[in-house]
Ligand binder design. Structure first.
Ligand SMILES: Cc1ncc(COP(=O)(O)O)c(C=O)c1O
Length: 490
């Protein structure tokens, strides 16, 4: 028998491990310090350069981590959009809290296995504690259940699976073959289109997603919903689920949740609220009324890695129906350890082995408290109002009306030039801002109208960042106008 090498090649002496982690900490801290003065997005061309750098890593000979870590950090810094930048007015990607970052380290170091309760009773209980607290803030009953997911898309997938399982007795064993008609569900045309992938994944097919047109406030239109619903019934389809979005990805719009809840009840549909982003306002007494109706939902999605500023990988699915998760995800094996009287997480969620996602939320919640989170979301809302005000002062027209800090604006002149031209114009302005390195904003179509979208998403954002991005936007408008004029002359 070959001699066993001792220690094994993956071992690292305690002092070396300490140096490695200290280096990683140092790099992350330096990044945080330098990022506000760095470009928000890469200003250099990148794909070839990144691949050229990677070519040095053929993994044949080991390389010292003291060299690799700084190189990786440098690469990430040069060639990535910095969602932690105070002028990242982007998608719902937060600057993670330091407590969250510390939680990631502890979770990775201890690496509890959250599949089986008996493997990680402390970790499972910590998660359940946080989930119970959040469920209560959402107004859900105390018997509610919840589960951490990778993100909002997985939480929404869970909603569809739970809805199918609860509604159709034979779905669990026979899938769609056990379901009469063709199950369809309703969500606004402005909702997050992971719903299409979810319909595909669950075998419903993408056509099963009935994208309900929105009204002129970009909210799901209940009149159009009723028309679609009646049409589906007449065609022999089987509606089973209605979704309201609390904070659409484009315009931050909150659907008329109480009315949707009422319709779902009238029609016997599962009512799900996708509050992936705006669910965070449940922590503020002042803003919680915006979520009116959520407390009656059959299920709710909230992403802690959006407005609760947890590092990525912390979605949450809630349901008021005790036992619904076990009914949907139950499975039993002889190789998994059992705990009498306790549901093992792998039998109540999509995932099996799972990372300890809840720790980063727990640590931040413990450190800042509910009042701290409330103050943060309220501050972001005020910054959003300031942003809307400054944009209006400089001639932009806001086309989304929401109390939340997402501002979608158009240039009125460009808007009049027809959709195609206006889209090119607004896209060019967004690109100009991003290329400047001074801010990150998006272009989008809101209700079919090309516009620019700015969202206050980093807790580091301050009023002077608002002034700066508005100034950059003004410059970009001038530059794009000049370019378009020049192009139309030549
Ligand atoms: C309203 C809404 N729902 C769901 C999602 C998907 O969440 P995730 O990207 O965490 O999977 C998003 C993402 O932005 C979203 O805005």
């Amino acid at each position: 028998m070959a001699k066993i090498v001792n220690p094994g090649p993956l071992e690292l002496a305690a002092d070396e491990a300490a140096r490695l982690l200290a280096l990683a900490t140092d790099l992350v801290l330096r990044h945080a310090e330098e990022v506000p003065d760095s470009p928000v997005a890469p200003v250099e061309p990148y794909r070839d350069d990144i691949r050229e750098w990677l070519a040095d890593y053929d993994f044949r000979a080991p390389r010292p981590a003291e060299e690799t870590l700084p190189e990786v950090m440098d690469t990430l810094r040069r060639w990535g959009v910095h969602t932690t930048h105070p002028r990242y007015f982007g998608l719902f990607n937060p600057t993670p809290t330091w407590w969250g970052v510390a939680g990631e380290l502890l979770a990775a170091g201890v690496n509890p296995q959250l599949a089986a309760y008996s493997h990680a009773p402390a970790a499972v209980e910590i998660e359940r504690h946080v989930l119970r607290f959040l469920a209560e803030r959402l107004g859900l009953p105390s018997a509610s259940e919840a589960s951490f997911t990778v993100g909002g898309a997985e939480a929404n997938l869970t909603a569809v699976l739970v809805a199918l399982t609860r509604r159709f007795a034979r779905f669990t064993e026979y899938g769609l073959a056990g379901v009469p008609g063709w199950p369809v569900f309703y969500t606004s045309a402005e909702s997050h289109l992971a719903w299409l992938k979810i319909a595909h994944l669950t075998g419903l097919g993408r056509e099963a997603v009935r994208l309900v047109p929105v009204d002129d406030r970009h909210q799901l239109d209940p009149v159009r919903l009723r028309e679609l619903y009646n049409k589906d019934l007449a065609a022999g389809r089987t509606p089973f689920l209605l979704i309201g979005t609390a904070g659409t990805t484009g315009g931050g719009i909150i659907d008329p949740l109480p009315e949707l809840a009422r319709l779902a009840q009238e029609w016997g549909l599962h009512f799900h609220v996708d509050a992936a982003w705006a669910g965070a306002v449940a922590l503020s007494d002042r803003l919680r009324p915006l979520l009116a109706g959520v407390a009656t939902a059959d299920s709710v999605t909230v992403d802690a890695h959006k407005w609760l500023s947890a590092p990525m990988g912390a979605g949450i699915f809630f349901t008021r129906h005790h036992g619904a998760l076990a009914e949907t995800f139950h499975v039993s094996t002889t190789f998994m350890p059992d705990t009498e009287g306790v549901a093992d997480p792998y039998t109540t969620s999509v995932q099996w082995s799972r990372r300890f996602a809840g720790l980063k939320v727990f640590l931040a919640m413990a450190a800042v408290g509910e009042a701290g989170f409330a103050a943060q979301v309220e501050r972001d809302v005020e910054l959003g109002e300031l942003l809307a005000h400054r944009l209006a002062e400089t001639g932009w027209w806001q086309i989304n009306h929401t109390p939340l800090p997402v501002v979608c604006v158009i240039d009125p002149e460009a808007d009049e030039t027809g959709v195609e031209h206006s889209r090119r114009w607004h896209t060019a302005v967004a690109e100009h801002v991003v290329r400047s390195g001074q801010g990150w904003i998006a272009s989008l179509d809101l209700g079919g109208r090309p516009a620019l979208r700015l969202c206050v998403t980093s807790y580091r954002t301050q009023p002077h960042d608002i002034d700066q991005v508005v100034a950059v936007l003004d410059k970009a408008r001038g530059a794009v106008n000049a370019l378009f004029k020049h192009q139309s002359r030549s």
